[in-house]
Design a binder for this molecule. Structure first.
Ligand code: SF4
Length: 368
């Protein structure tokens, strides 16, 4: 199985920029960016990031906002926060060089079992396994493992299998071959078994239903959250607030607002939320529209309002900082997906994706 995978990988691997480097820092960066994010999205971010911060030391000295700025659009900002923290740890404890062994790597912020295995095997040639969704799919099909892959004990079984497989020459390539096969041939739908180097030995294929593997319990539905956000303007500047560090979207900037309370209307939540969270009284608001954003376990529906008339001085509750800025400057701040979509809805220049789901309305309401 090793030989078949490596031979196939030598011919069919995709030409990806991080496959041309042996720099452990660049490989660590690629593995971090690739978590939850597509390869073609990552490439320009990875290149830009390395241009700005070519070494671990350069990253360790960076301002958090500069790092978040380069991360804007990639999502899951905790990854950027951990990169920065881990860079500081590497400089302080490892003389600015990533340690080669998986155990030491796991002592760094944000580096879990998968990333430690990837960096250790790909950058340092260590016989360390890794398991991700692609590896699970390939192994579940190849060995026809029908157990529920959401169970911890089943995941441990995949780690044990991967650990056996990685032993031998070229461990980094072996790990990459498994992931590459899962990403390009042994895909979730319609695996191309006729093109697969494991086709002769694959038990899932022989059983006739490889698509049914791996097996997972049905996921709980994402919790729905309704919230409001306000574009509050004074003298051609708008108000933005910074979320506290840690937690969802920690340290990022957003438009002030709040989640709806039980049975609360959008307008009531807007008036209450702005009074409680930023100390402002809103007397007139215009509903601009709605944006939706899906987090891992939450579906956020955000109603966006323009509020040209507010009274009071800003007094923050649950935010770290506030700024009054032009739209252009706001668009350049580190921000999460919902804010990016809200800004795009408001016509404020940002890096919004064309695939955003938006429903615009032009309902206006007086809150006096
Ligand atoms: S033969 Fe088909 S099911 Fe089996 S590993 Fe290859 S692509 Fe996946």
């Amino acid at each position: 199985m090793r030989a078949h995978l490596l031979d196939w990988y030598d011919i069919h691997q995709r030409d990806l920029p991080w496959r041309h480097t042996h720099d452990p820092y660049a490989i660590w960066l690629s593995e971090t960016m690739l978590q939850q994010t597509r390869v073609d999205t990552v490439i320009p971010y990875w290149e830009r990031f390395l241009e700005h911060f070519p070494t671990v030391s350069a990253l360790a000295e960076a301002e958090a906002e500069e790092v978040y700025g380069l991360w804007t659009g990639l999502g899951y900002y905790s990854r950027a926060r951990n990169l920065l923290k881990a860079a500081g740890q590497i400089v302080a404890d490892h003389e600015g060089k990533l340690p080669p062994d998986a155990e030491s790597l796991r002592g760094l912020a944000g580096i879990g079992r998968y990333t430690a295995g990837a960096v250790s095997s790909i950058a340092f040639g260590q016989e360390e396994p890794l398991v991700d969704g692609n590896v699970i799919r390939v192994l579940a099909r190849r060995f026809e493992i029908r157990a529920d892959v959401t169970e911890r004990s089943v995941i441990e079984h995949f780690w044990a299998l991967a650990a056996e497989l990685v032993r031998g020459p070229r461990p980094g390539d072996l790990n990459q071959a498994l992931m590459e096969l899962g990403a390009t041939v042994c895909t979730p739908r319609s695996p191309q078994c006729s093109e697969c180097p494991l086709k002769r030995s694959c038990q899932g294929r022989r059983a006739g239903d490889p698509e049914a593997l791996p097996q997972k319990k049905k996921k709980a539905r994402a919790q729905k959250v309704d919230a409001v956000a306000a574009w509050i303007t004074r003298k051609n500047q708008a108000l933005v607030v910074q979320r506290p560090e840690g937690g969802l979207l920690g340290g990022l900037w957003e438009l002030p607002g709040d989640a709806l309370g039980p049975k609360e209307s959008h307008e009531a939540a807007l008036v209450r939320g702005l009074a409680e969270r930023v100390g402002l009284t809103v007397s007139h608001a215009e509903h601009v529209g709605e944006v939706e954003h899906l987090f891992t376990h939450r579906r956020l529906r955000l109603q966006v309002y323009r509020c040209p008339e507010v009274q009071g001085r800003v007094r923050l509750e649950g935010f770290m900082a506030h700024r009054w800025l032009s739209g252009q400057k706001i668009a350049a701040l580190p921000q999460g997906g919902p804010t990016r979509k809200a800004l795009s809805l408001l016509g404020v220049t940002s890096h919004s994706s064309p695939r955003q789901r938006m429903r615009e309305t032009s309902e206006a309401s007086s809150l006096k």
